[in-house]
Ligand binder design. Structure first.
Ligand SMILES: *[C@@H]1O[C@H](CO)[C@@H](O)[C@H](O)[C@H]1NC(C)=O
Ligand SMILES: *[C@@H]1O[C@H](CO)[C@@H](O)[C@H](O)[C@H]1NC(C)=O
Ligand SMILES: *[C@@H]1O[C@H](CO)[C@@H](O)[C@H](O)[C@H]1NC(C)=O
Length: 350
């Protein structure tokens, strides 16, 4: 029995390093629906997508990914050399957590109240509490807390937050008062200060290499095309926050010893030459959406040429777009894509 267990551990821990395929021993994802791969399936919320046609191009079908197929964490884990997706926190068990965990929750924001109108979602604060639990369990698995911290120091951390602080807060005046209480500039400052504190907590848990993603294409989502919100007015509001992310990354790298934060500027992937990805349709979603939620209607047949559509539902991109964003954040195609460097360089041993 003990020998069997030993062999299991040898296989489990040694094979990846023998072949040297994985570029980081472990990867942790924090974020919203662009990252969620199943956590919301277990929560009582409108931001729930484990039903068809979601996952129509995903081997396991509907899994809670906000996509027709794979999402950003799927592609990023592949590029980083992982054979399997990083498991959602809701189902990650045992020694699996040593490879990393995905805490992301559709509808979640930097502020706890963002997305709260959608029901029960895991805000970034709650995701960090869950990470504290993982760190504790890791200590038990590895023998003591020092070894857990050593392991956590070597992992890669990716954060995709802020979209719902606008979509399900500042830009939703029916449910939230923030836009009457704060100017866009004041609100961006509130967000960035909170985000800084949260990233510092992540650092205290041992994170050293951290990837901070910019906002998705909020101003272009089909949900706003059905109202009269202009692209320019939404962009003016969200840019206040977006423009503070690179300086935040710079400050964290200066203030925190041995920290390597990077910022991914997704602007170009979203507005760049569509012919490079084969996208032809940008203004309407591929699936039939519910007027109430903007998510795909249960069981309705979506478009067939899904790789030509930018949007899958009223908020979320298709697998094709997730692939393009993952590709350019992993290996930057322009100096504007990543600051001060891209993911590939960040994980390269120095
Ligand atoms: C943790 O384990 C390592 C290796 O066995 C040991 O050297 C170290 O002293 C332990 N640390 C604590 C805080 O117990
Ligand atoms: C959009 O603007 C047009 C013209 O200004 C107006 O007639 C229409 O009612 C507006 N629609 C919405 C959804 O606000
Ligand atoms: C992001 O990239 C765009 C397009 O190249 C550029 O105009 C913009 O200044 C960049 N934004 C930030 C915050 O780096």
């Amino acid at each position: 029995m003990a020998a069997k267990l030993f062999i299991f551990y040898m296989l489990y821990f040694c094979i990846p390093s023998v072949y040297g395929m994985k570029q980081a021993p472990c990867v942790f994802f924090f974020g919203d629906s662009l990252f969620d791969n199943g956590n919301n399936n277990f929560l009582l919320t409108f931001a729930n997508v484990n039903y068809p046609p979601y996952g129509i191009d995903y081997p396991a079908g509907p899994t809670g990914r906000f996509s027709n197929g794979k999402n950003l964490p799927d592609f990023l884990a592949e590029f980083l050399g992982f054979d399997n997706p990083i498991p959602p926190f809701a189902t990650a068990t045992g020694a699996n957590i040593l490879n990393g965990v995905n805490y992301a929750s559709g509808g979640a924001g930097i502020l706890d109240q963002s997305g709260a109108a959608l029901g029960n979602v895991m805000s970034l604060n709650k995701q960090l509490i869950n990470h504290g639990n993982t760190a504790f369990k890791m200590g038990l698995l590895l023998g003591n807390a020092t070894r857990a911290t050593d392991h956590l120091n070597k992992c890669l951390y990716l954060s995709n937050m802020g979209n719902n602080d606008y979509l399900s807060n500042y830009l939703m005046p029916k449910f939230y008062a923030s836009s009457t209480l704060f100017t866009p500039q004041q609100f961006a400052e509130i967000l960035i200060n909170q985000y800084r504190r949260q990233l510092e907590i992540l650092y205290k848990y041992g994170a050293r290499k951290v990837v901070v993603f910019g906002l998705g294409s909020i101003a272009y989502i089909p949900q706003f095309r059905s109202t009269n919100e202009s692209v320019d007015s939404i962009n003016r509001i969200t840019q206040q926050f977006y423009n503070k992310l690179a300086p935040l990354v710079h400050d964290l790298n200066t203030d925190l010893h041995a920290a390597q934060f990077i910022f991914i500027n997704v602007t170009n992937f979203q507005l760049g030459d569509p012919s490079t990805t084969g996208i032809k349709v940008r203004d309407v979603p591929c699936c039939v959406v519910s007027k109430l939620t903007g998510l795909c209607d249960h069981g309705k047949t979506p478009c067939t040429n899904r790789n030509e559509y930018y949007f899958w539902d009223n908020y979320h991109p298709t697998e094709t777009v997730y692939h393009a964003v993952a590709t350019r954040s992993y290996a930057a195609a322009s100096p504007d894509d990543a600051y001060p460097t891209d993911i590939r360089n960040l994980v390269r041993p120095h």
